[in-house]
Design a binder for this molecule. Structure first.
Ligand code: NBG
Length: 841
């Protein structure tokens, strides 16, 4: 048997039953099934059974169970034939799957016992798993939370995505700052995916449009690659329903290899299509600064859309044999397609093409079906993130789709011309094609709005801004098209599993664990917020999580932090609008003041550990400079013997889902401090609040609703509001802005060179001047700094009152019920998709 310290690998026992047991749910049977897989689904030498081998065998044991439920779900959906939702997303940030699957199946105890029989702790084995990081940030993690909720709510729904061989890069912190290393989740293999050799569709690129004698059109020629499906089972919590995340991989066929050329020694030429196919799913988000990068990203988007829609249509057709041919007009009552941001916009012209060119529908019928099927979620108002594709690139890669897009645009523009005198001068901004001769582009968001039956934002404020600004003129055309669906997070991963201590306390005080699927029940904690017994249990769970976090920080950074200090965390992608720069300037000011104090004065301050983590896009220079600054400040502060008892600054490297699961439960204060109006929603704010962490933040994104729910006295608010921002920018342009002396002092301190020789000039310059994007302090760091510092002072005061703080913490959790992704998904199901639960009996 394996040993407990998990260091030296040991071999498998001699006698292992040659029978698999997919139904195992009791410790002894599970242990046997794990050993069965270690021996009969071998990936390693039978002589070796270390933690890594144990992980794969455990995953395969669990997978047996998932496959069984997943088959039952598939058969049941097929029998009932409900309307189904297909969620199209270029990104999923799944994180680890083992603990989540065991937890959702309620097999925690048996699996832990089974592994203990084999000499391992479940946590130790779970630690071996790599994150599936097929996404960049909030948008991808949202898609993953949605899948968990769809399964849990027994909804007939599927996720579609791409199987990137390398997910989001690994972030390495060196003296230079951030370095990017390719991610390697498939270096060995993923035990969770099931390759579906029966699900393969051809996807074309380039080529031309052929006109048939009857006038119909057909896309021919070009490259044809194959989309092969990999299914990842997604178990719901406490239900049999197990849905699919279907990830496409691109392949060329054997016959696409030119044997003649190969034999001539022209290996690269001979395998051209193979290598072009392989490129498609090689990496998440290839940099799109170059022409080649752009083409590849567009290929990825089309690949996802085309494969998924062919699959959806073939499933729609599957039923024809038993019930006679299905009518196309029924399609929208069987299929809902949700586009996660504009990345899958090509689903629109692709569905039109498949209906018209492959299935013989006329334009009007195809348009009716398409526009009743697709819906679009907008996730940002940042102009640089609103996708615009070059028309010439599109004509080259997707000639038939460009014809269709042009026709959609033509018809839309005609309707406006004919019916809306008042909008004549708006046509050029409302149209889909921007024919500016300098740079003709297709505006993907406009295509989405024109073609979708529903468009939604992701938090109330964001949806209001969409209606009042970005899409205002469309609102006057289709007043009922626009909705809000405030984001949510799954309470399973983000509380039940990442903080079992706090979960158990909640269950004890609510006398039920039903809150796990009915998060509004958390309001039941309010009545106990002052209860000393609850407060002391609450404090001990927090302390345990803080200690665990402190150990982690020491392990990955070498910095030792004090678990009794206030743990203050900001983790998210590094972006100027998210204002990590304001955070670190605040820290710098605090450091300077601490240095100036006498020792006895310092003793009166509240010791703080500030943790900042997040990845910067590889070519986003200012974001990388911020990472470097945080690290440099940390080096100086943490080694300052006068101050480091009262302040520590840690850059948490390689922030990802798994790191979040460690940080969030141990947090006491978290920062959500974006310039108002710029963060569409934010979702980590919800995770922190749910874990009893107080928020310091602006009135932006979902912060607004969190503050409403938890109570304004439990939220540290500061900063300009979204409606003030344009005026403030204007005033700055007019030279009317007067910076706060604290802000000037902090900047000056950096310039004095205390934090090393790196040139921070260009970063600090972004805060100077009065005009221009990226200059003239576009993100209003200077304007908001004084109110931010005042709010921070209130945090320190509040933390001194232990009881008061614990009460606020409890009320924060108690007020987080709204932010369950179960609520969000139930609203999508009812108000956009029109689908109903279909529980497996
Ligand atoms: C992001 C927003 C976040 C939001 C997530 C999920 C994009 C384009 N948008 O504020 O910046 O929480 O989407 O909706 O990644």
């Amino acid at each position: 048997m394996a040993n407990t310290n998990g260091k030296a690998a040991t071999s498998l026992p001699e006698k292992i039953s040659a029978k698999a047991n997919p139904e195992a749910n009791e410790a002894t049977e599970i242990a046997e099934n794990i050993l069965y897989h270690a021996k009969y689904s071998p990936h390693f030498s039978p002589l070796k059974f270390g933690p890594e081998q144990a992980l794969y065998a455990t995953a395969e044991c669990l997978r047996d169970r998932l496959i069984q439920l997943w088959n039952e779900t598939y058969v049941h959906f097929n029998k009932v034939d409900p309307k189904q939702t297909y969620y199209l997303s270029m990104e999923y940030l799944q994180g680890r799957a083992l603990t989540n699957a065991i937890g959702n199946l309620n097999l925690q105890g048996p699996y832990a016992d089974a592994l203990r029989k084999l000499g391992y702790e479940l946590e130790e084995i779970a630690e071996q798993e790599k994150d599936a990081a097929l996404g960049n940030g909030g948008l991808g993690r949202l898609a993953s939370c949605f899948l968990d909720s769809m399964a849990t709510l027994n909804l007939p729904a599927w996720g579609y995505g791409l199987r990137y061989r390398h997910g989001l890069f690994k972030q390495l912190i060196s003296q230079k700052g951030q370095e990017e290393i390719p991610e390697d989740w498939l270096e060995k293999f993923s035990p969770w995916e099931i390759v579906r050799h029966d699900v393969v569709f051809p996807v074309r690129f380039f080529g031309s449009v052929e006109i048939n004698p009857d006038g119909s059109r057909k896309w021919v020629g070009g490259d044809v690659v194959q989309a092969l499906a990999y299914d990842v089972p997604i178990p719901g919590y406490n239900t049999k329903n197990t849905i699919s995340l279907r990830l496409w991989e691109a392949k060329a066929r054997a016959e696409d290899l030119d044997l003649f050329q190969f034999n001539e020694g022209e290996y690269e030429l001979a395998a051209q299509l193979h290598s072009r196919a392989q490129q498609i799913c090689t990496v998440l988000y290839p940099g799109d600064a170059t022409e080649n990068g752009k083409l590849l990203r567009l290929k990825q988007q089309f690949f996802l859309c085309s494969a998924s829609l062919q699959d959806i249509i073939s499933r729609f057709h599957e039923r024809n044999t038993t019930e006679g041919s299905r009518k196309w007009s029924e399609f929208p009552s069987k299929v809902a397609v949700q586009m996660n941001d504009t990345h899958p916009t090509l689903a629109i012209p692709e569905l039109m093409r498949l209906l018209m060119d492959e299935n013989g529908l006329g334009w009007d019928e195809a348009w009716d079906v398409t526009s009743r099927t697709v819906a679009y979620t907008n996730h940002t108002v940042l102009p640089e993130a609103l996708e615009k594709w070059s028309q010439s690139l599109m004509w080259k890669l997707l000639p038939r789709h460009m014809e269709i897009i042009t026709e959609i645009d033509k018809r839309f523009v005609k309707t406006i011309r004919d019916t809306r005198v008042d909008l004549q001068d708006k046509i050029s901004s409302l149209s889909i094609l921007d024919n500016n001769p300098q740079k003709p582009v297709v505006r993907m968001a406009n295509l989405c709005v024109v073609s979708s039956h529903t468009v939604n934002g992701v938090a109330q404020l964001h949806s209001d801004i969409l209606k009042a600004e970005l899409f205002a003129d469309y609102v006057s055309i289709w007043p009922n098209k626009f909705q809000n669906k405030t984001n949510g997070i799954t309470p399973r991963r983000w509380l039940r599993f990442c903080s079992p201590e706090l979960s158990d306390i909640i269950t004890k005080w609510l006398k039920t664990d039903k809150w796990i699927t009915d998060l509004d029940l958390l309001t039941g904690l309010r009545q106990f917020a002052d209860n000393e017994e609850l407060q002391s249990e609450w404090a001990s769970a927090k302390t345990a999580n803080k200690k665990r976090l402190a150990q982690y920080i020491e392990r990955v950074t070498g910095v030792s932090i004090d678990p009794t200090s206030l743990f203050d965390i900001q983790v998210k992608r590094i972006h100027e609008y998210k204002r990590q720069l304001m955070n670190i300037l605040g820290v710098i000011y605090r450091f300077k003041k601490l240095k100036e104090m006498k020792p006895e004065e310092r003793k009166k301050t509240v010791p703080r550990t500030v943790m900042i983590g997040g990845k910067a896009f590889a070519t986003y220079t200012n974001a990388k400079r911020i990472v470097k600054l945080v690290n440099d400040v940390g080096d100086v502060v943490n080694s300052d013997p006068e101050v480091n008892e009262y302040l520590k600054v840690v850059f948490v490297p390689n922030y990802n889902v798994t790191v979040a699961e460690m940080l969030i439960p141990g947090s006491e204060l978290s920062q959500h401090i974006s310039t108002a109006g710029m963060e569409a929603s934010g979702t980590s704010n919800m995770k922190f609040a749910l874990n009893g962490c107080l928020i310091i933040g602006t009135l932006d994104g979902a912060n607004v609703e969190i503050r409403e729910e938890v109570g304004e006295e439990n939220f540290f608010l500061f900063g300009a509001t979204a409606d003030q921002v344009p005026r403030l920018r204007k005033e700055r342009e007019d030279g009317l802005f007067k910076p706060d002396p604290r802000f000037e002092e902090a900047k000056q301190f950096v310039k004095s060179g205390v934090f090393g020789s790196y040139d921070y000039g260009p970063l600090l310059d972004s805060l100077e001047g009065n005009t221009g994007f990226g200059r003239g302090d576009y993100f209003l760091v200077g304007y908001d700094f004084p109110s931010y510092m005042d709010a921070q002072a209130k945090v320190d005061e509040a933390y001194k009152d232990r009881k008061g703080w614990l009460k606020m913490s409890i009320l924060s959790t108690a007020g987080s019920g709204k932010f369950s992704s179960d609520r969000t998904i139930a609203q999508y199901a009812k108000e956009i998709w029109n689908i109903e639960a279909c529980p497996v009996p």
